[in-house]
Write a protein that binds this ligand. Sequence first.
Ligand code: MTE
Ligand code: MO
Length: 406
Amino acid sequence: MKRRTFVKNAVLGSFAAIIGTELVFGSKMPYGYTPLALQETDPFKLFNKNKEMVVLNDKPWNIEAQAHLLDDKITPNSSMFIRNNGLVPENINPKKWTLTIDGESVKNKKTYTLAELKSKFQQHTYQLTIECGGNGRNEFDPPAKGNQWTVGAVHCASWTGVRLRDVLEDAGIKKDAVYIGFHAIDQHLSGDPKKEPISRGCPMFKALQDETILAFKMNGEEIPLAHGYPLRLVVGGWPASVSGKWINRISVRNIVHDGEKMTGSSYKVPCKPVAPGEKVKDEDMCIIESMPVKSIVTYPKTGATLKKDSSLKIRGHAWAGELEVTKMEYSIDFGATWKSCTIEKPVNRLSWQHFSASINFPKAGYYEVWAKATDAKGVSQPMLTPGWNPKGYLNNACHRIAVKIV
Ligand SMILES: Nc1nc2c(c(=O)[nH]1)N[C@H]1C(S)=C(S)[C@@H](COP(=O)(O)O)O[C@H]1N2
Ligand SMILES: [Mo]
């Protein structure tokens, strides 16, 4: 009794010190209660994000990077966009966490603890590009509903985990398997425990690739809570919505997975191109698979002012879904002429590739630097917003930055 009162007084004292005044009825406060004034609502502190990240929505949290924040070769947590469809889970106990493999097309339904996953299967580390299908949505006209992502809903972190293939093969895959679907513990915004905010997946060929992993580490550390702690499916090169966070179940399906946001028009584009603003029936929409070729200039920051006598060294990253980027170019005359950049090979398949170029400007004035990537099949980024679609997905138009030479 004595000890409890002592702890309480000490806690009250520290609360008062932080709030900056006395908690008048503090002694009446229920044990373990946190005063509202102390509940963390600053997303930058809450998620350890750079102050220059841009909050698009707080219910649920959706936060994007600016291009210059993505300059690192491996994206640090502080610059990684966050996209949530529901609520970020709380009070996760990793010791009690399990992953169940089930579904019509699994031979033996199996449940693994995290410790079992880590010890039973070989661990692999890959740098994987994950881009939200809606990245660039803000440029579509007529506008599409949803988070108005500009350029910052992409990251390439280093993920460590076990291959989904190894785990699925351990449980046994039936011949009729066509798709996997993930299930996660995040709650639907309505609070209804029967509703899932999102439950997506991919065809077996993608699920069985070497780089498709069940990750428990990001950039060498535990995955930050907002990015899927303690277990995340990572499916590089496909819309990020396939990379399920906080997953506790994977179903091996004998049909195209029909979970939340797999049906209707979610993460789908018209199977054939349509005119801007046209209505498209759900049955004429196709599921997005590999993401298109794209790039981003991460240095300098748009709006930079430079002296005429020095050449400008630009740099950034390029990626192309399942494919490699084979050519990278820049233009300083609005796309009239293009010059080549140096493009590095990917560290591993599905990792973004780094490019750079030294630019000499003919005279002082205002310029735009445009960047254009080309993939292994010879497909290049369009200079203008491509293929309007009702949900505003897959905008892979050339990124551009403004530069003033004085
Ligand atoms: N469980 C769960 N997984 C999820 C989501 C979610 O809301 N819940 N959002 C998806 C979407 S739409 C995106 S773009 C990515 C975002 O990953 P990030 O927040 O780690 O950047 O997670 C995907 N995985
Ligand atoms: Mo997304």
